[in-house]
Design a protein around this ligand. Structure first.
Ligand code: ATP
Length: 141
């Protein structure tokens, strides 16, 4: 039994394919979706998405926020940004996080702390996705 899965950002379709199941970070906590899950719509939190492919391989992705729509045989994620772990430049994410943390510490006026916190969470999700992917021994692709 497979689910039609699609994850899109304003820029592109990041992944569109049949999957066995997926685990997603929502604002209410992590949810695992299998075929015939109850229909729902939820807001996403920055974090890691794990997708189990038909061949049982796990695809790890980083997401910064957005929405998930779950239907009995279809799941659509509209993400602010999303990347496959294999495509993430870890050094870039680490640098961006460091820059954001430095801006936060400068405590200047006109600094949008909510935006900086969101940026830090987004970069941390990227780093976490890369590390989890690497930890699984997926060095290729
Ligand atoms: P940075 O702060 O590193 O310059 P940015 O703020 O420009 O990044 P985003 O707005 O989060 O980055 O994303 C812009 C585009 O770049 C998106 O398509 C996103 O998927 C991609 N991207 C951002 N960071 C990375 C990364 N570390 N590895 C791979 N792709 C990334």
């Amino acid at each position: 039994m497979l689910l039609h899965f699609e994850i899109v950002t304003p820029e592109r379709v990041v992944l569109k394919q049949e999957v066995l199941q997926l685990t997603v970070p929502t604002k209410q906590g992590e949810i695992t979706v299998l075929p015939h899950h109850i229909p729902l719509i939820a807001s996403l939190q920055a974090g890691v998405i794990e997708i189990v492919m038909p061949n049982k391989q796990i695809e790890t992705m980083a997401v910064s926020g957005g929405f998930i729509e779950v239907l009995p045989t279809k799941v659509v994620i509209l993400a602010d940004t999303a990347e496959r772990a294999a495509d993430i430049d870890e050094a870039r994410a680490e640098e961006a996080r460091t820059r954001a943390q430095e801006t936060m510490l400068e405590k200047k006026e006109h600094v949008d702390f909510t935006a900086i916190q969101a940026k830090i969470a987004k970069e941390m999700a990227r780093v976490k996705a890369v590390r989890r992917h690497r930890g699984r021994g997926s060095h290729t692709t």
